[in-house]
Design a protein around this ligand. Structure first.
Ligand SMILES: Nc1ncnc2c1ncn2[C@@H]1O[C@H](COP(=O)(O)OP(=O)(O)OP(=O)(O)O)[C@@H](O)[C@H]1O
Ligand SMILES: [Mg+2]
Length: 498
């Protein structure tokens, strides 16, 4: 059977009539293959077992009513064209059948009309299916949109909860020490919280609710910085190879989102190489386009053409419920598209997969990046302003442990009171952004009126544009995403201090 062959199901008790119908279509140049059925069971068998493009049904059948065949066809596929052919039929009956969904009605002695009718109906059915597909895509887009809003709505609270969980778990882990029998339990809590925050972040990035803070980045440096965490993710059985081009122009992209893209690709590669394998990160400048490219290659199971065609689709996963959300590549696509880049897949079943990311070079020269190292023992006075009690407590404890002198305020008004009435002086301000009464950005501006050089580190769970009633965060303001790891908090604070 060739693909453009038209599969016709003729419902007729008379073989000669079926042959006649077939001939009339062939004579008109339609490449048809005719199957005949005369009972409900035969119709069912044909509809379910064969490909059927059009149903042509006789009206006067001894064993079955045309009305019933029509209903049966409609229930199977509402878009499948149904054409009635009959020696004689009352106008009333014909009209009833047309109302019930029959597409056309042809008299047996006027069979020359049949071929054009079939052609027209096939064309219209294809149009109907196309419309339906577009409608489905629209509905899917709407669904994703509301999902994104939902995710954003809970992400702020959810991230705060996770920050508390992971903060306390980290502290427990450290306090108990590796020798303690509960140490592994505390580590498990920490890991679960990290997975939770990973998923929230993925949802936020995917739904476009996580604001982008593009920076000028050296792709080689990003890849090198990630080497450790990548080898940890990949495990001992996967060999990690870096092939970095000597020098690549900088690119402009949100660092943490780019890291998420690389991480998603690495996790996909890991899943595709269950026993062992090799992951290669390669950077290069494409001579023709001048674009900076990063390719991530594995020698895993690869994808069938069907899977590859759908891999970027949101929620498409072959990993099964609970194991994959199908957001990894969809998120990657969104992130790279936002940075004006392209992302493509090259996969061969059984041989491996390459994910290739190309980004335009940024023209402006960037200042040399400063390397941030965690200090052995920190010192200095820090004012922490955060309205969530749990988050404030854990942040204060982390900072005190690291050696800082910490003062805390539950909102900006209290912070201003501490400074103005109790003459608190500080080396740095660490503040949440969205708080009741006044935003963290307004508080920082207020304090900087008397201390223009006051180092400020903002922390935020989720900001979508300007904070309510406050100014937007300046693009170069240091921002810490909640929930954060102890190490990130200390590094970020150290970086803003003189
Ligand atoms: N490197 C790869 N090798 C083989 N198949 C892959 C690879 N990357 C992606 N795929 C296929 O594409 C599908 C979609 O990938 P995607 O990262 O979007 O979702 P996921 O990995 O299934 O779930 P999630 O990333 O949300 O945990 C995967 O389920 C897998 O079938
Ligand atoms: Mg994935």
């Amino acid at each position: 059977m060739t693909t453009d062959e038209i599969a016709v199901l003729v419902v007729d008790d008379n073989d000669d009539d079926a042959v006649l119908i077939g001939h009339s279509l062939t004579r008109a140049g339609l490449p048809v293959r005719v199957t005949r059925a005369e009972t409900t069971e035969e119709v069912t068998a044909a509809l379910t077992g064969l490909k059927v493009d059009v149903v042509i049904c006789d009206y006067n059948l001894p064993g079955v009513r045309a009305e019933d065949v029509l209903a049966q066809v409609g229930a199977h596929d509402a878009d499948l064209p149904f054409v009635l052919v009959s020696g004689q039929v009352g106008e009333e009956t014909a009209a009833d059948l047309m109302r019930a969904g029959a597409r056309d009605f042809v008299l047996k002695d006027r069979l020359t009309r049949l071929a054009p009718a079939v052609q027209r109906e096939l064309h219209e059915a294809a149009e109907r299916r196309r419309h339906r597909r577009i409608e489905q895509q629209l509905r899917q887009a709407e669904r994703l949109d509301s999902l994104g809003q939902l995710a954003g709505g809970i992400a702020h609270d959810f991230n705060n909860i996770l920050a508390v969980i992971s903060g306390y778990a980290a502290m427990l882990t450290e306090e108990l020490g590796p020798g303690h029998e509960l140490h592994a339990d505390a580590v498990a809590i920490e890991q679960a919280a990290a997975r939770g925050s990973g998923l929230t972040r993925q949802l936020l990035i995917f739904s476009g609710l996580e604001p982008s803070r593009p920076e000028l980045l050296d792709l080689n440096a990003v890849a090198t910085d990630m080497q450790r965490v990548l080898s940890r993710t990949l495990g001992d059985d996967v060999e990690l190879t870096m092939m970095l081009s000597l020098s690549v122009p900088r690119i402009l992209i949100d660092r943490s989102k780019l890291e998420q893209v690389i991480m998603n690709a690495a996790m996909n590669a890991r899943a595709a190489m269950p026993s062992c394998g090799r992951l290669t990160l390669r950077t290069e400048v494409v001579r023709e386009s001048g674009q900076v490219c990063l390719s991530i290659t594995d020698n895993g199971c690869g994808m069938s053409p069907e899977v590859a065609a759908r891999a970027f689709e949101p929620f498409f996963t072959t990993k099964g419920r609970g194991r994959g959300t199908g957001l990894g590549l969809a998120t990657a696509y969104g992130v790279i598209a936002e940075a004006n880049g392209t992302i493509t897949l090259d996969s061969h079943e059984g041989a491996g997969t390459t994910l290739r990311i190309c980004l335009p070079p940024a023209e402006v020269a960037a200042p040399a990046s400063t390397l941030v190292k965690r200090p052995a023992a920190a010192s200095g006075r820090v004012l922490v302003v955060e309205d969530e009690d749990g988050v404030r407590d854990i942040v204060c404890r982390i900072l005190r442990r690291a050696g800082y002198e910490v003062h805390a305020a539950a909102d900006p008004a209290e912070a201003l009171r501490l400074v103005r009435e109790q003459h608190l002086t500080m080396d740095a301000l660490l503040t949440d952004i969205i708080m009741p009464g006044m935003s963290g950005t307004q508080l920082a501006a207020e304090l900087r009126r008397t201390r223009p050089d006051l180092p400020v580190l903002f922390m935020s769970g989720y900001t979508s544009g300007p904070a309510p009633g406050g100014q937007a965060l300046p693009p170069d303001a240091p921002l810490l995403h909640k929930p954060f790891q102890t190490e990130n908090l200390l590094n970020a604070l150290h970086a803003v201090l003189p």
